[in-house]
Ligand binder design. Structure first.
Ligand code: BGC
Length: 489
């Protein structure tokens, strides 16, 4: 499937040697995938124990899938890695249906490493603009809100969560170790917004629930985007760390795995020197080892560091006598740069040449272009294959031989061949027969998700309200608040 280097025969030895070296560095063979998956299963299990492990395995207090009879009007906000999205969602009577109005705001870069109050004020201000555009605030009663906050939070209840640590390059002061909900609510209160946070939701949990709303076969929700993570439905009886709560062991509980933290002990992942540099230079070294090898935020940086290394090689193997000023800019290339290289349809990689020229002021030689293309393929393929280990691990742990996985995120949606490469790796890990591993119709099939951070968050808010109505209030801290938001007496 991947384009082969077309002209190896006349490729200079040094470039050819480098291509071979990169292939060895970035290729993850079947046996390695299997070993990684095995260790992944152990870490997932360990995360559910009282002692815990590196993978947080957060019980989310989202207890059950939607039935299709959820109704009402909800606000949903999604503070992802790149954008702030605000939606109003109406769930009508018809099962599986929804209507959505939304606005998107680019999160200003400086907010990601500023002060907590600036971040929350920006979020509250954006919500205010959105609500005022769509409503007369004075006539609005309370609106329940599902807040998709996609970072590892410890949750003792669905309407609260303590941020364990920032990921995806965020470094806002005064939030780690704190409950994010009072901080957020204080910003809403300053603007007197009639909104009540009903559910604090991870994007993977939202994706799981939104996908299950329209496709009951969905058991796992995944995000392959700026960050990478998964959530799945377990049973309370399988979660030793909440055994002391004496919940009915058969009741389902969505677990936000936070699998980005897989292999923080560096036991199985084939890390390259480039992965190690990325980790050391990141705001949280030692954290999110797996995520830093597979997520969209890092793919361009892995690629860039590799090329800079080849340029700085004592024999200067790439871009000799050319200035690499632009290429030297950390995080100057994102995953879409690799996507463009991978889709270049021309044998002579004309579009890639143009891309390097226009973006980086570099004119690669024909053979350098061959290496560039191969490198993009290798990095994209490694990411897809490693993510398959996570999916296979959850399915193995749960003894699921068939399942649908609802997936979303920029890498899943836009990165060329990602789905096919992931399906192929699942086949290798799980020893499926030759005619499988193609995606559609596979025993474990990764399908495009419904809108998790909009519809998913609204559904989880609706499920929480339903639980309050039914008197099943385990893991809901502010029951009166939920009642008020839903207009329940
Ligand atoms: C976060 C997760 C999130 C994932 C995808 C990771 O960095 O820790 O909470 O689900 O990114 O957005």
């Amino acid at each position: 499937m991947d384009a082969k280097v077309s002209s190896r025969a006349d490729c200079p030895d040094n470039i050819l040697d480098q291509i071979k070296r990169l292939e060895e560095l970035f290729t993850v063979e079947t046996e390695q995938l299997k070993a990684i998956t095995k260790h992944f299963v152990d870490e997932l299990n360990q995360g559910l124990t009282v002692e815990g492990g590196d993978i947080p395995m957060v019980p989310t207090w989202c207890m059950g899938k939607p039935k299709g009879d959820e109704t009402g009007t909800f606000l949903a906000i999604d503070m992802g890695g790149t954008n702030l999205r605000i939606c109003e969602i109406n769930l009508p009577e018809a099962a599986g249906a929804f209507e959505i109005t939304q606005s998107k705001y680019r999160l200003p870069e400086e907010l990601k490493s500023g002060e907590a109050n600036e971040l929350w004020d920006y979020v509250a201000h954006s919500i205010e603009k959105f609500v005022k555009q769509n409503h007369d605030i004075d006539e609005l009663g309370q609106l329940p809100l599902g807040f998709t906050f996609s970072y590892p939070v410890s949750q003792e209840s669905i309407d609260h969560g303590v941020l364990q640590r920032w990921t995806k390059g965020f470094n806002v002061k005064g939030v780690e170790g704190e409950d994010v909900v009072p901080q957020f609510e204080a910003a809403l209160a300053k603007r007197k917004l009639p909104i009540k946070l009903t559910a604090l939701v991870n994007d993977t949990t939202g994706t799981l629930i939104a996908s299950a709303y329209t496709n009951p076969e969905v058991q796992i929700g995944c995000i392959f985007g700026t960050g990478c993570n998964a959530a799945y439905m377990d049973k309370c009886g399988n979660i030793p760390k909440i055994a002391h709560l004496n919940l009915d062991p058969e009741i389902p509980m969505a677990i936000n795995c936070e699998w980005g933290a897989f292999d923080n002990q560096h036991k199985v992942l084939p890390r390259t020197s480039y992965d190690i540099i990325i980790d050391k230079a990141s705001p949280r070294p030692g954290q999110q080892t797996f995520e830093k090898m597979v997520a969209g935020l890092y793919l361009g940086e892995i690629f860039r560091l590799t090329l800079v290394d080849l340029h700085e090689h004592p024999d200067c193997l790439m871009f000799k006598d050319q200035a690499i000023t632009k290429l030297s800019q950390p995080y100057g290339l994102d995953a879409s740069f690799l996507s463009k290289i991978e889709v270049d349809p021309f044998e002579n990689l004309d579009e890639t040449a143009e891309l390097f020229h226009s973006t980086l002021d570099i004119k690669p030689s024909r053979h350098e272009l061959e290496l560039i293309r191969r490198l993009a393929e290798l990095i994209g393929t490694r990411a897809a294959r490693l993510t398959a280990c996570g999916i296979a691990a959850i399915c193995t742990k749960q003894n699921w031989t068939t399942a649908h996985v609802g997936a979303d995120g920029s890498v899943f949606t836009h990165y060329p061949h990602f789905k096919a490469r992931q399906a192929q790796a699942l086949k290798e890990i799980l020893d499926w027969p030759a005619n499988q591993g193609k995606g559609a119709g596979d025993p474990i099939e990764v399908v495009a998700a419904e809108d998790g951070s909009g519809v998913g968050a609204a559904l989880i808010a609706a499920l929480t309200i339903k639980r309050v109505q039914d008197g099943n209030v385990a893991g809901i801290k502010n029951v009166d608040g939920v009642r008020a938001a839903a207009g329940i007496a």
